[in-house]
Design a protein around this ligand. Sequence first.
Ligand code: ADP
Length: 286
Amino acid sequence: MKNGKEYRIEEYTIDEEPFYLESGEEKKIFKAAHKHKIPFAAIGPTGCGKTRFIEHMSYLLNEDAKDKKPLFFVTCHEDLTSDDLLGRERISGDYLPGILQRWAKEGGILYLDEIVEARPDLVTLLHPVMEPKRRVFYNEKTGNVTELNPECMLSMSWNPGYQDITRRLKPSSRQRLITHRFNYPEPAQEAKIIMEESGVDAKNAKALADLGVRIRGMKEGDFRTLQEGASTRTLIDAGILIKEGISPRDACQDAVVNCLTEDTDDVYKELSQALDEVVENFFPRG
Ligand code: ADP
């Protein structure tokens, strides 16, 4: 597990419209990038809706299309190998195509989540498929050159907040992308998302959204030890627990606070106390 997500490589077609509340013109921008075959990068803090947006766009593109294309989903990490992407030879001697090979043939969105976690040589592998004009995929393992299916769209995401300098895409990669910044939604919008996703009532959803804003403010203020603010994902999880009958305080503790702190050193003790006080503010003990 990393950033609350399992590593995964899979493909799936999205049949039902995933709920996504837009905060700007991101849908229009994505559609323009798709039309002109330019790769799209979603950057922003963890749990702010980047993946949900890509799933939503996969659904929308299929809505207008005759045959439904899959979303190829790859969570990048340092153990991801070119075998995983390009394919591997089986003992029997035949070739098992990797996810990149299948995407190139079938079309659809290839989404590389947390691409900065992948080894740089893997990112370089992608350069030929980032060229809107050439649109070919060279499989250096088999020596095959495949023309990309016209419905191929490359997209990726990363969190610019906590990557070190070695975990950055090279300018030669970055300048091949349309890069859209995502952030946590405005509080009224975030409350709507929390309600929709967790089923919690409007009052608790508003309090959770306000709690999120306050915790994010702590990160900018006295508590720079906070690596990341409370994400929309964690606020939704708190909503789910509340909806299940857990007291709001316990819900916030387990879904929001505990994943932001380590309980060992003093810095974190101070931070934990401060977080408790903030929670108390929004959800006073009964
Ligand atoms: P990221 O990919 O940025 O880490 P996700 O897309 O997985 O984050 O978002 C976490 C959860 O937050 C989603 O599963 C969804 O429930 C919710 N979410 C965040 N932003 C939105 C949004 N704008 N509209 C709908 N749901 C959202």
